[in-house]
Design a protein around this ligand. Structure first.
Ligand code: ASP
Length: 444
């Protein structure tokens, strides 16, 4: 028998941890007779364990890693013009695939009308829901734009770093990188230090990878234990199924097709090679925490160039969220349907546009899109309010879907990370690594 490779062993361990976690959550932790609050309290230690083992160590690395990987990416490309082409191509890819994703979600929600069957549920649960409304007050579409602009133009590097404002760190680092390439040899000592720090951080990431199975086990047990699998397929089953179907179409249909069309590589082989990152995304529900794993895997297993991954993946983990965009589209339409509020073409269009924008603004952390989903609802409400007598959706309605959110979050995060990985593979065509190993080592 062939010995199991290290990589396969890790994958097997993660899958075993996922299954074990779900079984423990469902059969040992979940108590259908307990109240929601009691249940939350009972399973909280499992989440704490998962956070301590996996999420916190990874989050600790995120900001320095974004800094070193974007900086080495920019300085290795050198030419600002080439950087512009690469950045432009990356952003176009992100926006187009997010629009594809949300259009898939909106079309499915419109076709299958998942909220149609849930009207009674909405009426009884809305009061309950009000209590669980997330605190971030939505300021509408204008505020969403402004927030993104502020993030793009930070005024304090350290406060951005302290607040995990990754977009700000990326723009500041790109500016620094361009200045470095203009200065040339004089800036070389600094680049050498950053490259060395990058290697150190990647070594830490490789160690943390082995904590993945343990962390995933705790987090999945917590996610399943707090709500039980039955609730998923109870009153919200059509909503859950439409989200699952949309995510599956985007993950196994749209994105592979785009990848194949632009690179001619076998998309499913690539998907398979990215499994540590995808499983991590599923287990952690955080594309940001997964980013270090995505970077390592895409380069070592997925055939991506270092410079493409170094630039595209930090940006992707921050702005590119196909799964989130799709989910927001379905969630918002579901809620309007559940409340019996009719939507027309204008509202569907508003949903596609705002869900894309809101997904860009959503943080790559668990539940990062809950507050941004409110922006989409508010935008639709604004268009509805223009017609006198038309009811609008109370924002508190979102509480109805929060109970099942974690499991959906795990799935949409997997699609988010897959979308980023596809981007890195495509951009590798524009920015391949140098075939000369000596030159390559200069920014390895
Ligand atoms: N958890 C998602 C992510 O990290 C964001 C979200 O949709 O809530 O990618």
């Amino acid at each position: 028998m062939k010995p199991i490779s290290k990589e396969n062993l890790l994958t097997i361990l993660i899958v075993v941890a996922l299954v074990l976690g779900a079984l423990v959550g469902q059969f040992l932790l979940h108590d259908p007779s307990a109240t929601k609050e009691k249940m939350e309290q009972a399973v909280q230690p499992w989440k704490v364990a998962g956070d301590l083992v996996l999420i916190r160590p990874l989050m600790l690395i995120i900001i320095p890693l974004i800094f070193t990987s974007v900086l080495t990416g920019v300085t290795s490309i050198g030419d600002p013009k080439k950087l512009g082409v690469l950045g432009g191509a990356t952003l176009i890819f992100y926006v187009v695939t997010m629009v594809f994703a949300v259009t898939t979600g909106v079309t499915l929600a419109w076709l299958f009308n998942p909220g149609g069957a849930a009207t009674s549920l909405a009426a009884t649960q809305v009061a309950d829901a009000a209590a669980t409304l997330p605190s971030a007050p939505p300021g509408g579409l204008g505020a969403a734009w402004l927030q993104i602009l502020y993030l793009l133009v930070p005024n304090n590097f350290f406060s951005a770093a302290a607040n995990n404002e990754t977009l700000s760190i990326i723009t500041a680092t790109i500016a620094l990188g361009i200045a470095i390439t203009v200065i040339g040899t004089k800036a070389r000592p600094f680049v050498v230090v950053v490259e060395s720090l990058h290697e150190i951080l990647m070594t830490l990431v490789r160690w943390i990878l082995w904590l993945l199975p343990i962390g995933v086990f705790f987090l999945v047990a917590w996610a399943v234990g707090r709500m039980g699998l039955k609730e998923l397929f109870d009153s919200l089953k059509w909503y859950v199924l439409v989200v699952f179907a949309g995510l599956a179409i985007h993950m196994f249909g749209t994105l592979p097709l785009v990848l194949w069309a632009l690179t001619k590589i076998n998309p499913f082989k690539y998907l398979w090679s990215m499994k540590p990152a995808l499983l991590m995304a599923f287990g952690s529900a955080s594309s940001l925490a997964t980013m270090p794993v995505t970077i390592t895997t895409s380069v070592t297993k997925g055939g991506c160039s270092r410079r493409a991954s170094g630039l595209v993946l930090p940006l992707g983990a921050t702005v590119n969220m196909d799964g989130t965009a799709l989910y927001q589209g379905v969630a918002v339409i579901f809620l309007f349907q559940a409340f019996g509020i009719e939507l027309h073409f204008t509202q569907y269009l508003v949903i596609v546009l705002t869900a894309t924008l809101a997904a860009v603004g959503a943080a790559g952390v668990p539940g990062g899109s809950i507050a941004t989903t409110l922006i989409v609802i508010a935008a639709v409400n604004t268009t509805l309010a223009a017609t006198p007598g038309v009811p609008v959706l109370p924002l508190s309605a979102i509480g109805i879907i929060l109970g099942v959110d974690r499991i959906l979050d795990m799935c949409r995060t997997t699609v988010n990370v897959w979308g980023d990985s596809v981007g890195a593979r495509i951009i590798t065509r524009i920015a391949p690594d140098d075939p000369d190993p000596a030159k390559e080592a200069a920014y390895a």
